[in-house]
Design a protein around this ligand. Structure first.
Ligand code: IMP
Ligand code: MG
Length: 185
């Protein structure tokens, strides 16, 4: 698995500091609110599990699963709900927790869907921001680390469902997805 990584972008300590910092801000901002954290599966689970433990106030947790990608490294533009929320969110202060904001297509779709269910408020929290590729303008309320225009994996982020278990975040060697894409043509 390590042979597929070009270089390490963020090590464990760097990720931990970024997550703790976001957790502190959320704990202070939502002190008198009704916080419901919505994790977008599957990429954000590792971030979410560390983030909720960096939060010192009451919070509820729910999950939604959407797919925005085919098997390649680029956004298809098609967003499909694979698992909806369990909790009725009307009246809650919803905080959407994403792994990475790239084109913004996935998050803007999820925002609209959640807004229509009348929460008290909606905010967005993403660990990684890849601003170069943005197609849809989105206000990020909490963000951890900015990433360059490269395909990254680890700490929950995958390529073809693999590499999520890496404890750091690294750049995937382009030959890994070039090889796959050639294979599917
Ligand atoms: P968007 O709709 O283009 O903003 O795509 C967001 C989703 O694409 C994220 O939730 C990730 O699942 C995936 N994604 C975008 N960039 C990367 C990356 O560099 N590595 C792994 N997944 C990515
Ligand atoms: Mg994702």
């Amino acid at each position: 698995m390590m042979n597929d990584i070009e270089r390490v972008l963020f090590n464990e300590e760097c990720l931990k500091n970024a997550v703790n910092e976001i957790g502190r801000k959320i704990s202070s901002d939502y002190r008198d609110k009704n916080l419901l954290m919505v994790s977008i599966l599957k990429g954000s689970v590792v971030f979410m599990s560390d983030l909720i433990r960096a939060i010192s106030i009451h919070c509820m947790v729910d999950f939604m699963c959407v797919s925005s990608y085919g098997s390649g490294p680029k956004t298809s533009g098609v967003v499909k709900i694979l698992k909806d929320l369990d909790i009725e969110i009307a009246g809650y202060d919803v905080l959407i927790v994403e792994d990475i904001l790239d084109s913004g297509i996935t998050l803007s779709y999820i925002m609209e869907l959640i807004r229509a269910r009348n929460p008290a408020s909606i905010r967005i929290c993403t660990l990684f921001d890849k601003p170069v590729k943005r197609d849809v303008a989105i206000k990020l309320d909490y963000k951890g680390l900015e990433v360059p225009d490269e395909f990254i994996v680890g700490y929950g982020l995958d390529y073809n469902e693999k590499y999520r278990n890496l404890r750091f975040v690294g750049v995937l060697k382009p030959k890994i997805y070039d090889k796959q894409n050639r294979g599917s043509l």
